[in-house]
Design a protein around this ligand. Structure first.
Ligand code: ZN
Length: 348
């Protein structure tokens, strides 16, 4: 039954912590790949017939045009397997031989993702929780793709709304984690729904907290400042390698230091770093569990806030706070990571 095979594929991927499944036509049939840590890993080989049926079935589930095989399509649906509901996103594209490829993205579910986020140093978690409890202001997160920024922000917001019924609106491109308690919206460039348009619209809903997927232009930066000035807690990510870099980036986006001193309450730069395992003499492989799975990769944080932030708004002063490099050195000296990881993540 194609229905059961489809469910099985999704369940296997989800159990393995996979976010994307790729079904691609190969020379002799379809091949399924799981995206793990950014790389595509071959999962299984199938006949062309099987691949076509499976793709048709998913297109049907996602309300896509099953008869249309030439044009790229996208759609989504929720799938419940053994009482566990997953939000799925699909997109198709067709090759020259008219075989379709299908990419399935599994959005993380709030229930399976309900655990607290983990950091190397718990004190940093406390600081973040205090920042998110502020009534208004701007909090900025930076870090490379895959460093878990969105996960951290979502966990903090979930904790925050547990005690108090606050309205949280998120604006993302696209939504990565499905959370029914937030009002989640998405950028759509084709319909001219950009970040600044979404922020303007969201502010009219009188939310308590706004989360902006990424500040990448002047207009969005301005709107984020405006939201914070008008009594909202604004949380956003911005592209920069560290906290000082975030300040430089905001300057490029024409935000003045006066605007920042009125609104900015914290800058966080995050890395997700595998823990060193003595038994593996490396990070634990995918199959071993010397270290419990949820502790194998922890967040290392640089947090610039309070008086150190004020100081750095005047001029950069890395002596005034725990920079990423200092935190990395601390993790290394405590044996959480090895020298190799230290040199890999150290900022030079
Ligand atoms: Zn190990």
């Amino acid at each position: 039954m194609i229905e059961q095979e489809a469910e099985q594929l999704i369940t296997q991927a989800n159990d393995a912590g996979v976010s994307d499944i790729h079904l691609l036509p190969g020379e002799n049939g379809y091949e399924s790949f799981f995206r793990i840590n950014g790389a595509l890993n071959l999962f299984d080989k199938h006949s062309f017939e099987w691949g076509k049926r499976l793709i048709s079935y998913f297109k049907f589930l996602a309300n896509m045009d099953v008869g249309e095989r030439r044009k790229p399509q996208s759609g989504s649906c929720a799938l419940t397997v053994a009482g566990n509901t997953m939000e799925l996103r699909f997109s198709t594209i067709t090759n020259v031989k008219l075989y379709e490829s299908l990419v399935i993205r599994i959005l993380k579910q709030s229930r399976t993702n309900g655990a607290s986020f983990r950091t190397y140093f718990p004190k940093n978690q406390t600081i973040l929780r205090q920042l998110v409890r502020r009534k208004s202001g701007l909090i900025l997160f930076s870090g490379p793709v895959g460093s878990g920024k969105t996960t951290t922000i979502y966990q903090l917001l979930r904790e925050r709304i547990q005690d108090e019924p606050l309205q949280v609106i998120t604006m993302e491109d696209p939504v990565e984690i499905y959370e029914p308690r937030f009002l989640q919206t998405e950028v759509n460039l084709r319909s001219q729904v950009t970040y600044d348009v979404l922020i303007k619209a969201s502010l009219r809903h009188h939310p308590d907290i706004l989360m902006i997927g990424e500040i990448r232009d002047e207009e969005t930066a301005r709107m984020a400042i405006r939201g914070a000035l008008t009594g909202h807690l604004m949380i956003a990510t911005i592209h920069a390698k560290n906290a000082i870099g975030v300040l430089g980036r905001l300057q490029e986006l024409q935000i003045t230091s006066q605007q920042l001193s009125q609104t900015l309450i914290g800058i966080i730069s995050q890395r997700l770093i595998p823990r060193y395992c003595e038994l593996c003499d490396h990070q634990c492989s995918q199959h071993c569990s010397h270290i419990p799975k949820d502790l194998q990769r922890l967040a290392l944080l640089e947090i610039l806030h309070g008086s150190a932030l004020e100081l750095n708004l005047q001029r950069p002063n890395t002596d005034s706070y725990q920079t990423l490099n200092k935190e990395l050195r601390r993790a290394w000296s405590l044996g959480f990571i090895n020298e190799k990881a230290f040199t890999h993540y150290e900022l030079v």
